[in-house]
Design a protein around this ligand. Sequence first.
Ligand code: IPM
Ligand code: MG
Length: 369
Amino acid sequence: MTATKNLLLMPGDGIGPEVMAQARRVLDWLQENKRASFNIEEELVGGASIDVHGVPLTDAALAKAKAADAVLFGAVGGPKWDNVPFNIRPEVGILKLRGEMQLFANLRPAKVFDALADASSLKPELVRGLDIMIVREATGGIYFGEPRGIETLPDGTQRGINTEVYTTHEIQRVGRVAFELARKREGRVCSVEKGNVMESGLLWRQVIAKLQAEEYPDVKLSNMYADNCAMQLARNPKQFDVIVTSNLFGDLLSDLAAMLTGSLGLLPSATLGAKDAAGHIPSLYEPIHGSAPDIAGMGKANPLAQVLSLAMMLRYSFDMGADADAVEAAVERVLAKAGRTPDIAAPGRAVISTAEMGDALIAELSRVS
Ligand code: IPM
Ligand code: MG
């Protein structure tokens, strides 16, 4: 067993704390079975932090996130905070973490578990075996670009402004992540922008093409306009291996890709920064689903996306590939055998609670390892 790993858990709002509780059981299991040793701390984020501290992310919480070996994040937001000022909305918590920790590469896999091919809104034959990786740029583009704001014009009407902006360096660093991932997969990258309309998209296409020619000639590169990519994802999703795209397009396309898999409740993500001099990669892992305030506290949430986020953490931050495999295998077995949470309910299957899903998972973990 290697050195103790410092983890920061940020459960957040809505179903965040419920699903995090199940992920924590997996962390406990790993420790009890002497597979790893964790030093675990917890911090408030989002609305939960607003309620206590008046802001969605305190400086102290940010400092802890920066100091941790990895952050496991739940979800933020909910109608309770609809009327707080825009600059301290719960969502600012996650955006500030991405920005301040320079987590520029958001890895969003969309993978269909065999047992769930029927749960997709597309025909099973279109999605069975689907395995896409969307690499979304996460610290630039229109989410962070300046100028931004709402200004009042001389005639009293107003103007809302956001700016899409990308530099060569920002495009290159996220492009490299996509090409490296493709090398470990099917060796294909599709770069997505709207260079037919936006200069930032044109630059994106040029920089990615040059990068491929100079550093990744072994990887096959294609380009697609973002609107066409949305259409192609719904028409024939299995044509894709790795998709690399901007912050905003990645936000939209990853929700679409997620839905193809049958449940948002199953998809994890990793957001990674650049390796520092000490070899440390700043990293945050979170489910793709939101805080689902409508079912919060009812034991209906599916904890598997949070657990699979933890598996990504084991794989990417801690080089614990065998343990990540074990967690993923346990998830597959739970989906194939046990009852299911309401989001993936199927005829003839018992509907079980968040905690019962956790029970089934721990039982399978002991079996697969
Ligand atoms: C996501 C979410 C966030 C985003 C929100 C909560 C700020 O939709 O992670 O996809 O837009 O990036
Ligand atoms: Mg989103």
